[in-house]
Ligand binder design. Structure first.
Ligand code: ZN
Length: 323
């Protein structure tokens, strides 16, 4: 059995990542296909099935070699029922039976979960979690995603909406509007978009910064530019980084005070900034964490990068089939 493969799928709005993975977490082959969200999203699972068949043929393998398929999808997912509650940008109607659709298309046993939860499971299994069964994963990308694992299980909540760390209110009054319809969510300050927004607000005050040169060169700048400027001791960039770290450290300490996880793992593109982000987040975290929590909950950077999603998705079905 150990030679057999699991299919891990990480579904995004424009790209779908796929991988064949052994049951001890080794990625044998990974590739991407475009996500086709036309036709009310009906092509999505059909295209995944086709892509798997084609890749098996290319590798000289047959479907007998596959145990099952796990998939992470954006938006709230009811894991037990195998339905996606509402994902606007994929074309699916509300309460879409993704698990059934995937099983019909691929003829494989399937399990589905929210994509941020999959990333958390991936980090738990093969990444920075290092097997920790109590783990919180925060994905700092274009938005901010979250996954909470307690006792080795994803915390789902009553409606599949648990772990939405990006939408914890970080700024109760006067915060910026968030994509979710609220204002002042963590996502509005700790995402790549939020960091650029904060820097633009500082620039509007007329403070000097090397980011002004970036704008002159490229017409715009990125969150990475802000971190690079902070490394060069650019005062404006450091002010922004202090603000981001304060809100992130505060929210993470509140989460840790509630759950006391073994680890909080920071992933996503923004986390690639490394220690220049992690260190100030840690010091803010330590300020707001309850002493017993401060001594036991560790903050760490994710180690799997873009592979966390497919690995976590594979772990889902592996765990369900007891492989
Ligand atoms: Zn929000």
């Amino acid at each position: 059995m150990s030679k057999k493969w699991i299919v891990g799928v990480d579904l995004g709005g424009t790209t779908t990542k796929l991988a064949f993975i052994t049951n001890d977490g080794e990625i044998i082959h990974k590739w991407e296909i475009p996500t086709d969200n036309a036709n009310e999203g009906k092509n999505i699972t059909i295209n995944i099935a086709k892509a798997i068949d084609e890749k098996l043929k290319e590798l000289g393998q047959t479907k007998d070699n596959l145990i099952g398929i796990g998939m992470g999808a954006p938006g709230p997912v009811n894991y037990e029922k195998g339905i996606v509650l509402n994902v606007v940008n994929l074309g699916w109607p509300n309460n879409y039976p993704l698990k059934d659709s995937l099983e019909t298309a691929t003829l494989l046993p399937a399990a589905i979960e929210n994509d941020a939860n999959c990333a958390a499971l991936g980090e738990m299994w093969m990444g920075a979690g290092n097997g920790a069964k109590d783990l919180v994963c925060v994905t700092l990308g274009t938005g901010v995603g979250g996954g909470v694992i307690a006792g080795g299980k994803v915390v789902q909540g009553i409606n599949g909406a648990a772990g939405e760390i990006g939408h914890i209110t970080a700024i109760p009054f006067g915060g910026a509007p968030c994509n979710c319809g609220k204002t002042g969510c963590l996502e509005t300050v700790a995402s790549a978009t939020g960091i650029v927004r904060l820097a633009r607000m500082e620039l509007a005050k007329g403070s000097p910064s090397e980011l002004t040169d970036k704008i002159a060169e490229n017409g715009t700048f990125t969150a990475k530019d802000v971190f690079d400027a902070a490394r060069n001791r650019d005062e404006l960039a450091q002010t922004v980084l202090n603000e981001v770290s304060f809100h992130l450290g505060f929210v993470l300490a509140s989460i840790a005070n509630t759950l006391n996880p073994e680890k909080i793992v920071l992933g996503g593109g923004v986390s690639k900034a490394g220690d220049i982000l992690l260190n100030p987040v840690k010091s803010n975290f330590e300020q707001f964490a309850f002493s017993a929590v401060r001594d036991s909950t560790k903050l760490a950077l994710a180690t799997l990068g873009n592979d966390a999603g497919v690995l976590g998705a594979a772990w889902l079905i592996k765990n369900q089939l007891n492989q």
